[in-house]
Design a protein around this ligand. Structure first.
Ligand SMILES: [Zn+2]
Ligand SMILES: [Zn+2]
Ligand SMILES: [Zn+2]
Length: 161
């Protein structure tokens, strides 16, 4: 292995953001789209935010993001599998990076009243049991390449008062 390769590997491990940008650029390139400064800024904003964000939250978090181009770029990024759109009961779609981009699997607590979404991790043994059970269900119906999304819908703390 050349010293240069080693450097790249280390920076990936130490810097999830650079890994996310590389993956995003690769996915866009595979369908002949460019990873423009604006698309990069959208990914940066999503990396900074603590959980799934509305367009409004994204525009606040990102530097110099314009609403119209951000919306168009989110559509493109969703099509190539960089961004995941979550639709809740309040009609405001929320956006986050896909698990393929972040390399992290998680679940959601969704507030049925205000649409807030909180990212949560389940115990490893629960994930394992869930995956085993769902894999059996998928096999019974001939499903291939299945992955799961399990969200808990309820009311967040601030909507209870
Ligand atoms: Zn709420
Ligand atoms: Zn999430
Ligand atoms: Zn899971």
């Amino acid at each position: 292995m050349a010293p240069h390769d080693l450097l790249v590997d280390q920076s990936n491990a130490a810097n999830p953001a650079s890994h996310a940008h590389q993956m995003a650029a690769t996915k866009l390139a595979s369908v002949s789209h460019r990873y423009t400064a604006n698309r990069r800024a959208v990914v940066d904003a999503l990396l900074d935010l603590p959980g799934p964000a509305t367009i409004g939250e994204l525009l606040q978090a990102g530097e110099g993001l314009a609403q119209s181009s951000t919306y168009r770029n989110l559509v493109v990024l969703e099509q190539v599998g960089v961004v995941h759109r979550i639709v809740t009961s309040d009609d405001h779609a929320r956006f986050e990076l896909t698990e393929e981009i972040t390399g992290e699997h998680h679940h959601h607590l969704i507030c049925d009243d205000c649409g807030t979404i909180i990212d949560v991790l389940l115990d490893a043994e629960v994930e394992h049991a869930l995956e085993a059970s769902l894999t059996r269900a998928a096999a019974a119906h001939g499903f291939e390449g299945a992955h799961h999304r399990v969200d808990l819908v309820g009311r967040c703390r601030s909507c209870q008062s």
